[in-house]
Design a protein around this ligand. Structure first.
Ligand code: PLP
Length: 350
């Protein structure tokens, strides 16, 4: 990949965090940094956030190992295993999401756990009815294990009434333990930014923030996107009327045009959004729709104007129509960091 990079705006990240804290009413902030900090680079993001959040959360022990922090790191559900308990990282909080795993606990080292309660998602989790039994079993058999928290996941926040009922169930379920566990939490980004859901969660004392931290959600609360992808042409060519460009001669110049070669393509996970094969009928309808409505993924950074891709993105290059652009034009590329190749150069901007 060449002349292609991702800019990450730390002032926007900090400002998103500030908004979250203002809304959080003293709840602890668990910064969710799984998936390479949602594609923005886990090492750098956690270094920058280390003195600003209370905890980090990741989805497995390998991700946790990449974080250089004195903060505790919550390993999120699902699926903790015996091997994870053998880690030599000493700042891990393990999520216990099934009963059987209790038998795998080490006897010889102090370990913090959070118990994940299933309140409807049915992915993993302990049922509310099992919670008391599990907690007393742990206390009895493992004096070295600290039950530090209980949490659940809000998986259907678009349905507010469903979620409010879910939170009510979670409240009933955790009520008996509120004085003996340190943390009770259920809010994720979409729950947190909904005022009704957030107020109903008044009895919880932490929020797990991912999407709103990076600015994928919460724009109505002042949350802002923290990244942009940019490219500059690697090369510019003239193509005469009637000549073909790209694979399979799918494109034929209708006039003399100038084309620009951009140094990224399918390898960097660009160019798939319109390419998923959903069968003949769907493809025909989509082709018709796309030809009527131009939905650009590449923009002139200066004017914001959409730029046309010539032919289709290739493995390592993408060709664009340079009309109105020059060799030095800065192009903004619309691509989700979650999907984009993690090796794309990242520039962290204060
Ligand atoms: C990923 C994850 C989160 C963060 O969700 P966002 O919607 O990005 O805030 C919170 N809790 C759990 C259990 C998760 O797996």
């Amino acid at each position: 990949m060449k002349n292609f990079w991702c800019e990450i705006y730390l002032d926007k990240l900090y400002n998103n965090l500030k908004i979250i804290k203002e809304m959080a009413d003293d709840k602890k902030i668990i910064a969710v940094v799984k998936g390479n900090a949602y594609g923005l680079g886990v090492e750098e993001i956690t270094t920058r956030l280390n003195d600003k959040v209370d905890y980090f959360a990741v989805s497995d022990i390998n991700e946790a190992a990449l974080i250089n922090t004195d903060k505790e790191i919550l390993l999120l559900s699902p699926l903790v295993s015996k091997d994870d308990f053998n880690t030599n990282l000493n700042n891990i909080i393990f999520t216990i999401d099934n009963k059987a795993v209790i038998n795998e606990f080490p006897k010889d080292k102090t370990m913090k756990i959070h118990i994940y309660v299933d309140t409807g998602m049915n992915r993993m989790g302990v049922k509310c009815s099992e919670l008391a039994g599990i907690i007393s079993e742990i206390k009895e058999k493992y004096p070295n294990i600290i039950v530090d928290g209980i949490y659940t996941h809000l998986h259907n926040t678009k349905n507010v009434n469903y979620t409010l009922k879910q939170i009510e169930d979670f409240k009933k379920c955790t009520e008996p333990f509120k004085d003996e566990v340190n943390m009770i939490h259920c809010l994720n980004s979409s729950g947190f930014i909904n005022d009704e859901i957030r107020s109903a969660s008044y009895f919880t004392n932490a929020v797990r923030a991912g999407n709103i931290l990076y600015g994928y959600d919460g724009f109505n609360k002042g949350i802002r996107r923290t990244y942009n992808y940019f490219a500059k042409p690697v090369n510019v060519y003239e193509v005469s009327k009637g000549e073909h460009v790209g694979y399979g001669c799918t494109y034929k110049a209708k006039r003399n045009i100038k084309i620009g070669i951009l140094g990224f393509g399918n390898i960097e996970h660009f160019g798939f959004s319109k390419d998923i094969d959903k069968g003949f009928f769907f493809n025909v309808v989509r082709a018709a729709y796309n030809s009527l409505k131009f939905r650009p993924e590449i923009f002139d950074a200066k004017s914001g104007r959409g730029i046309r891709i010539v032919s289709k993105p290739n493995m390592n290059i993408t060709i664009v129509d340079m009309e109105g652009l020059n060799e030095d034009s800065l192009l903004r590329i619309e691509i989700s960091p979650i999907l984009a190749d993690s090796r794309i150069t990242k520039k962290y901007i204060e």
